[in-house]
Design a protein around this ligand. Structure first.
Ligand code: ADP
Length: 653
């Protein structure tokens, strides 16, 4: 393994980035981008919320101010109906007369009747006249329980204002009637001198009664911040904010709200004054009760808007529910966020699409390149293949030619081997033929003599013997001819018995001459798949070798031919009682031209040719490990052929 020095490795690390670093930095960049994107969406949502809220508040406020205008106009017109009534009363002669002569009962009755009439027509709560000390001399309710007559109202500010010549305006709770009302007063002047005060009290209850049906909270506060009119009845005579001690003291002196309770402030929490307008956002507790005891949970937001009521120190206040404002702001924030998300997704989609298209184009280009390369390679390879094919064809042709030559050579070799065997047998054959020839000559010469002597019986006998001898000679030459013929390797079922018989016949002369004991152990009707003539050549070779091997044996020379069935087919064995095969000879047995025989006796081709012939039959020729006769054993293993007897074969052919 190649080892790098540390500094060099460090240098490489700097040069070639680690892919894991790439992946980590890509993840990091993606996380940052996601965070930025989320921030952007949140910021967009917040901005949309803010803008939506502003727009909604503005629109709400427009409506509120418009409705406040309507309420203020209603209030103002209601009050203005009674504004001049005290002045009118102050001009009445009945009133003036009574103030000039307060002790006159008749004048008092007349003033009472007048005030009663005016009050009834004006539909005010009460109309009454006081002297300069604040003592009520006449009143519209003179004949009713809780009449103001003889009551002193000098402590009321409206009395003091009117006495100073200023028209009095005052809202408070009646100390006698316990009813809240608006008081208008005007000074009665007689001969340039203030002689009394004419007052009209107006009940405003019916004014704010319809407000209760409004969806908004409407209320009117006086100059002190005390709620005097309200759509919420329980808020009346409570304050928006806690009152200062001086104010409370002043109110106690004038007994303005003495009977109305503790003037507790509403439990109201003010938010920021809204910068876009004059309104303030407030929250009221569930009950609006003062926060003295347990704190009540605060309810929804309200937008507080106010406007002054002309001609009074009052203010009209409207609390508009902010729920629609919040809903609108929320909706606009959500819509904006959705739009931003959608926009982002759209952008991402188009980016992704562009990337995919780019990748696809790149892939197509790469594919085209690969295709071109492949085509080029295929072309090159095809050319190479064509060339190789051409080579191969030439080689095949050459090999076929070589095979043909080899086959012919082998055939020639087989034939040569056959001829060699015949050559070796030639002496025996000559002897075999010479014997009958000599006999023929003698018999024919004797026959001539017998003919001259007239011994026709002897002539006849000699001629018959001559015929038998020529038959025998014909048989020998026929066998020789048959053995010597050049045969092919057309395989057929051949009875082993016949092949062995033919081989033995050829070698008959030698067997007899050399007194060789030839034994046969043949299983009947054995057929091998082979070519008969060539197998005969193999058997002749094996027998000749066996005869040669037993040549030096003391005593009987024995050779045994065995033919038997085996598991894979048939076997033909040749055993002898010769010296056997020496261990150093064994590996070279089938080598061509290997022989241990003397010059002229052996060519060293017999076993090589025989092994080749048997191989052509699909069989095997081998030397056995041991022989049943103590010498060598050669075994020819062949495929089992069709089992036919010799007679059947003759009948077939
Ligand atoms: P050749 O017979 O011409 O020598 P072969 O190929 O037939 O050629 O035989 C080769 C050799 O095998 C022989 O020279 C001999 O040494 C040995 N051999 C063959 N058959 C036998 C046998 N039956 N016994 C002993 N040796 C044998």
């Amino acid at each position: 393994m190649l080892k790098l020095a540390e500094p060099y490795r460090a240098g490489l690390a700097g040069t070639f980035d680690d892919p894991r670093d790439h992946a980590a930095s890509r993840r990091w960049r993606r996380a940052v981008a996601m965070a930025l994107w989320a921030c952007l969406i949140a910021a967009g949502g917040a901005l949309a919320y803010f803008m939506g809220e502003r727009a909604a508040i503005r629109s709400l406020q427009q409506g509120t101010l418009h409705r406040l205008d309507i309420y203020a106009t209603g209030l103002r017109s209601e009050l203005s109906r009674f504004e001049y009534l005290p002045q009118v009363l102050s001009l009445s002669p009945d009133i003036l007369d009574l103030l000039r002569t307060p002790a006159d009962r008749n004048l008092q009755l007349a003033a009472n009747a007048y005030l009663e009439t005016v009050n009834a027509h004006a539909q005010a709560s009460a109309a009454y006249v006081m002297d300069v000390n604040g003592l009520t001399l006449a009143a519209s309710n003179w004949n009713q329980p809780g009449s103001f007559v003889d009551m002193n109202f000098s402590y009321r500010p409206y009395f003091r204002d009117a006495l100073r010549g200023v028209p009095g305006r005052f809202y408070g709770i009646g100390t006698v009637s316990r009813e809240a009302g608006y008081y208008f007063s005007f000074g009665v002047v007689d001969g340039g001198r203030q002689v009394g005060v004419a007052t009209v009290k107006v009940n405003l209850d019916k004014l704010d009664a319809p407000w209760a049906h409004s969806a908004d909270q409407v209320l009117a506060i006086d100059g002190n911040g005390v709620i005097v009119l309200s759509s919420e009845a329980s808020w009346k005579f409570r304050t928006l904010r806690p009152l200062s001690s001086q104010t409370l003291q002043r109110l106690a002196q004038t007994r303005q709200y003495t009977e109305a309770g503790a003037l507790t402030p509403l439990d109201m929490r003010e938010h920021m004054p809204w910068s876009g307008g004059s309104g303030t956002v407030v929250q009221l507790s569930a009950t609006g009760a003062a926060g003295g005891g347990t704190r009540q949970p605060f309810g929804p937001d309200y937008l507080l808007d106010s406007r002054p009521v002309e001609g009074t120190d009052w203010k009209l206040i409207m609390l508009s529910d902010m729920a629609p404002v919040h809903a609108l702001a929320r909706t606009s924030a959500l819509v904006t966020m959705f739009a931003l998300v959608f926009l982002t997704l759209l952008v991402m989609f188009f980016q992704q699409r562009r990337r995919i298209v780019r990748h696809r184009l790149a892939a197509r280009e790469a594919l085209q390149r690969a295709h071109d390369e492949l085509e080029h390679k295929v072309q090159l390879r095809t050319e190479a293949l064509s060339e190789a094919n051409l080579h191969l064809q030439t080689e095949v042709a050459e090999r076929k030619r070589a095979e043909e030559i080899l086959k012919n050579t082998l055939d020639d070799l087989v034939q040569t081997g056959k001829m060699a065997v015949l050559g070796q047998m030639s002496a025996g054959i000559t002897h075999e033929l010479n014997q009958p020839l000599a006999a023929l000559r003698t018999l024919s010469a004797n026959a001539v003599v017998f003919h001259e002597r007239g011994q026709s019986d002897q002539v006849d006998l000699n001629l018959r013997t001559i015929c038998q001898l020529t038959d025998r000679m014909g048989q020998i030459t026929a066998q020789l001819k048959k053995f010597a013929r050049r045969s092919g390797v057309e395989l057929q079922s051949v009875p082993l018995e016949d092949v062995i018989a033919d081989a033995v016949f050829l070698l008959g002369q030698r067997i007899r001459q050399e007194h060789i004991e030839l034994e046969h152990q043949l299983e009947p009707a054995l057929c091998a798949l082979c070519e008969g003539n060539r197998l005969e050549q193999v058997v002749v070779n094996l027998l000749v070798n066996a005869f040669d091997a037993t040549a030096g044996v003391q005593g009987a020379r024995r050779v045994r031919i065995v033919a038997c069935r085996t598991a894979g087919g048939v076997a033909l064995q040749v055993h002898d009682n010769g010296p056997g095969i020496a261990p150093e000879v064994m590996p070279r047995l089938f080598e061509p031209f290997f022989t241990t025989k003397e010059q002229g006796l052996g060519l060293g081709l017999g076993l090589a040719i025989s092994a080749g012939i048997v191989r052509d039959f699909g069989g095997l020729l081998r030397a056995g490990r041991s022989s049943s006769l103590g010498g060598a054993a050669f075994i020819v293993s062949l495929r089992n052929g069709q089992q036919e007897t010799r007679h059947e074969r003759i009948a077939r052919t």
